[in-house]
Design a protein around this ligand. Structure first.
Ligand SMILES: C[S@@+](CC[C@H](N)C(=O)[O-])C[C@H]1O[C@@H](n2cnc3c(N)ncnc32)[C@H](O)[C@@H]1O
Length: 282
């Protein structure tokens, strides 16, 4: 997009300021290639607020705590789907059965960037299928920094095409088809929702209102938006929150070689926490 085609002036300084704030507040690293994307997403905020320039918007952002959340919401990328990277759910099923053979207390799973909820609901469906019960011994925490997507996640209502690639039996078992004014929509069954607790959480916040230890942490397709030092910080906080035999499930293009002291590759984009013994061997 050329400067002429733009409705609002957007200077290098505006872009730099927005990049700094996105990094500071949500860890999101915006490369110069993202300039047009940043323009179009923040321009929507200017229109919503009736502002005329990016400079005015940046002042407004400084003075209004409420805008901080809308700013972050505007810059997140929320692409997701049910049973995305399905091999993870096969491994999780095996992991859950192995845990259940060893102990009785609930298996705890954290979907740490859950977006509109498809990942968390896929975890819950896997648990129900694995244990053949609507009340499996599994508790799921699902969090995201973006409060808009979290609202959608909690509702659990999706356009039918979001489930069109799912196995037909799964759709029958786990979703209710909308009728009348809800035609073309599906809603996840309440028994699936009951296994999940949704909450907002910024992976960069100094405190996480989260109680471990977890058997599995899903942190998929979010680290790609963070730079390596930010990734390392988050990984070093995940490490003590995982049980020794717990697993960290990452996204298809995420590798944590720079954090080999914390996690070792255990399978396709699945990582195990390094033990104290491994760490001391160096
Ligand atoms: C591309 S989606 C991935 C969704 C899902 N995990 C998956 O793999 O399908 C990335 C999600 O990360 C969230 N996110 C970005 N920065 C975050 C942060 N600092 N803390 C928590 N979530 C964050 C975004 O809001 C977005 O919903």
């Amino acid at each position: 997009m050329t400067a002429k085609e733009r409705e609002f002036d957007f200077t290098d300084r505006d872009f730099e300021r927005i990049r700094d704030l996105a990094h500071e507040r949500a860890g999101i690293f915006l490369s110069p290639k993202k300039r047009d994307m940043v323009y179009s997403r923040i321009a929507r905020r200017l229109r919503a607020l009736g502002l005329m320039t990016f400079e005015q918007y940046l002042h407004h952002l400084e003075d209004n705590d409420d805008e901080a959340q809308d700013f972050v919401n505007a810059l997140t990328t929320n692409l997701t789907s049910f049973f995305r990277e399905s091999h993870h759910f096969d491994l999780l099923a095996e992991q859950m059965l192995a845990i259940a053979a060893k102990r009785r207390d609930p298996i705890k799973i954290w979907s740490s960037a859950c977006s509109t909820g498809e990942e968390a609901y896929s975890l819950a469906m896997t648990a129900i299928e694995t244990f053949g019960s609507w009340t499996p011994p599994v508790r799921i925490l699902a969090t995201d920094v973006d409060t808009n997507v979290l609202q959608q996640a909690k509702r659990g209502v999706y356009a039918s095409d979001r489930v069109s690639k799912l196995d037909e039996q799964r759709v029958k078992n786990f979703f209710v088809k909308g009728k009348g004014s809800h035609a073309g929509m599906v809603k996840i069954r309440s028994q699936v929702q009951d296994l999940i607790h949704f909450n907002s959480l910024n992976l960069l916040a100094p405190n996480w209102p989260v109680k471990g230890p977890f058997d599995a942490i899903f942190c998929r397709n979010v680290m790609i938006y963070f730079d390596k030092p930010t990734q390392y910080k988050v990984l070093s906080r995940f490490h003590p929150m995982l049980r020794e035999d717990g697993l960290l499930y990452a996204g298809h293009s995420e590798s944590f070689q720079h954090a080999a002291d914390l996690f070792r590759l255990r399978g396709k984009t699945v990582f195990a926490p390094t033990s104290k013994a491994e760490r001391s061997k160096g």
